[in-house]
Design a binder for this molecule. Structure first.
Ligand SMILES: O=C(O)CCC(=O)C(=O)O
Ligand SMILES: [Fe+2]
Length: 378
């Protein structure tokens, strides 16, 4: 790093080795590196993660097969059927920052029973089962996929819970500091919070066509655990000066990044970092990826909680440098509404067709002039 460069002007993404956690010396090294990654970069690679390599590799093998299902089968589980925004979305149906994303995807969630009843706020309806037949492709068309994916999700969920404890250590907070965001439990139990996940295909760019795989954005939730499921580069991360830094796939690793909810509750200490995906070049095979988005309790109003950081920890924010202009839309609503409502706003903006069908009142508020030709989305 040149002398006048700030830590936030990173030019590569740090790699943290989960296996360091098995010894006390290793763990303190990991926690130090984690603190740097959280404050200055907002992204890290996690090597040797506690998710079975065999399960990760099998899921990667399944991925192209999922997109090769007959179009009719994919349409039968399309997202517009689902109040939970689960299911299939074809290329061109999603919008980020007013421009169409060139990606095809299936959205799923960790197992959860919908708790919504008449009179409850709409956002309670956002969480619900993704294991009903309307969402999963037929078993006989892709045998073993659902079972394998659920095993994978259970392991990543466990990892995300353990990671939450490490965050508290990295910020020198009490072990249970993040408990209020997960219904009072330091290590949230499966089924308490619903996490979201997608399987994404980025087709090659057409000659002269758009290369926006997904436009610049912040993730909205707490932490994201991304499995890059092909060997294409394309994911890029924006540093403090606004420069785009490549985050190419590294086999056997997760890319972990910070969402706006975590940034908000840490008073900006943990950086949510703007990122995007460029489509593969014309003629190339598609790029695939599988993000897991960790969420927090729907009822939590983030402005009600103030974590008490030591002054020397808060100072880390000053030394990283000033946040420059980024290309992503912000999540300013976290100060105003419960977290679940903020997520719902983001979902309706990204998928206005699903919003119009299942959340007509909110749709009208967000799009008073009706369905956007090209909406303003997250
Ligand atoms: O596909 C990727 O590598 C990243 C996807 C992403 O950033 C997202 O869906 O939020
Ligand atoms: Fe993202």
């Amino acid at each position: 790093m040149a002398q006048d460069e700030k830590p936030g002007d990173f030019s590569s993404i740090p790699i943290l080795d989960w296996s360091l956690l098995s010894t006390p010396e290793g763990k303190s090294k990991f926690i130090g590196e984690l603190q740097h990654a959280l404050v200055n970069v907002g992204f890290l690679y996690l090597s040797n993660p506690p998710v079975a390599r065999e399960v990760m590799d099998k899921l990667i093998e399944y991925t192209p097969r999922l997109f090769d299902l007959p179009q009719e089968e994919k349409e039968s589980i399309r997202m517009t059927n689902s109040p939970h925004f689960f299911g299939y979305t074809g290329v061109g149906a999603e919008i980020t920052k007013g421009k169409t994303d060139q990606r095809e995807q299936f959205d799923f969630g960790t197992p959860y029973e919908c708790k919504w009843k008449p009179g409850d706020p709409d956002y309670i309806k956002l969480w619900g089962p993704s294991q009903v037949c309307l969402i999963w492709p037929k078993e006989e068309l892709i045998p073993g996929f659902k079972d394998l994916y659920l095993r994978y999700l259970a392991q990543v969920e466990q990892l995300s819970n353990e990671f939450t404890g490490l965050l508290a250590e990295a910020f020198e907070l009490p072990e249970d500091a993040f408990a209020p965001f997960f219904s009072g439990s330091t290590k949230p139990k499966p089924g308490v919070v619903q996490h979201r996940t997608k399987i994404i295909k980025y087709p090659a760019r057409k000659e002269g066509g758009s290369d926006q795989g997904v436009g610049p954005h912040f993730d909205g939730g707490f932490l994201t655990f991304l499995l890059q499921a092909s060997d294409h580069p394309g994911l890029q991360v924006q540093n403090l000066t606004g420069e785009w830094i490549d985050a190419p796939p590294i086999p056997g690793t997760f890319v972990v990044n910070i969402g706006k909810a975590l940034e908000n509750v840490t008073q900006g200490l943990a950086r949510a970092t703007s990122h995007r995906v460029l489509s593969p070049p014309p003629g190339s095979t598609p790029r695939y990826s599988i993000p897991f988005f960790q969420f927090i309790s729907q009822e939590v109003l983030l402005s009600d909680f103030k974590l008490e950081f030591k002054p020397e920890i808060l100072k880390l924010k000053e030394s990283r440098g000033q946040l420059g202009v980024v290309d992503s839309v912000n999540y300013a609503e976290y100060g105003l509404y419960p977290a679940g409502h903020v997520t719902l706003i983001g979902r309706v903006r990204s998928h206005p067709d699903v919003g119009e069908r299942h959340y007509p009142d909110l749709f009208k508020q967000l799009f008073p002039n009706g369905m956007p030709a090209q909406g303003s989305a997250y």
